[in-house]
Design a protein around this ligand. Structure first.
Ligand SMILES: [Fe+2]
Ligand SMILES: [Fe+2]
Length: 163
């Protein structure tokens, strides 16, 4: 923890840490939802869908890493117990119990849309107040916007097959 680095944050750091731990928990749940989705998914265009899900899983894990670093920098502790992810998560988790490609994609689109709103709020909250967190939130938001687009394009491709 750096004292000047924290001093320049013009926000309640405790509240900010709560929001960051919420996003951190979301990222782990999103990571697992993609990872397990890639294992169980079934149906047409399966290979293309698996490749996309795995790429997104890697991105969500990287986002969790970025948030953990920032939480520690601000003097906080990233959530240490997986069972607490649900308590902190804003976007939750959808189990891919129906492994059909379209269903799995729709669940993940819902998650991405929630993530987009979460990071949009964090970008707004930190604007002019905490440039370091602002920059992280902006980078993650760009990825989540791209994720939503990638998944919706796969759904459109499936629709051309009449699904
Ligand atoms: Fe993410
Ligand atoms: Fe994402």
């Amino acid at each position: 923890m750096g004292t000047k680095g924290i001093e320049i944050v013009d926000l309640n750091v405790g509240d900010l840490l709560g929001i960051l731990n919420g996003a951190f928990s979301d990222e782990w749940l999103a990571y697992y939802q993609y990872w397990i989705g890639a294992k169980v998914v079934k149906g047409p265009m399966k290979e293309a869908v698996i490749a996309e899900l795995l790429q997104h899983a890697g991105d969500e894990l990287r986002h969790a890493d970025m948030l953990a670093m920032r939480i520690i920098q601000l003097g906080g502790t990233p959530v240490t117990k997986p069972e607490e992810w649900y308590k902190h998560s804003g976007c939750g988790y959808d189990a891919p119990d129906d492994p059909f490609v379209k269903k799995v994609l729709e669940q993940n689109i819902k998650g991405e849309q929630c993530a987009i709103l979460t990071y949009r709020k964090l970008v707004d909250l930190t604007a002019g107040k905490d440039p370091v967190t602002h920059n992280i939130a902006l980078q993650i938001l760009q990825d989540e916007v791209e994720h939503e687009e990638d998944l919706q394009e796969l759904v459109e491709d499936l629709q051309t097959l009449g699904l």
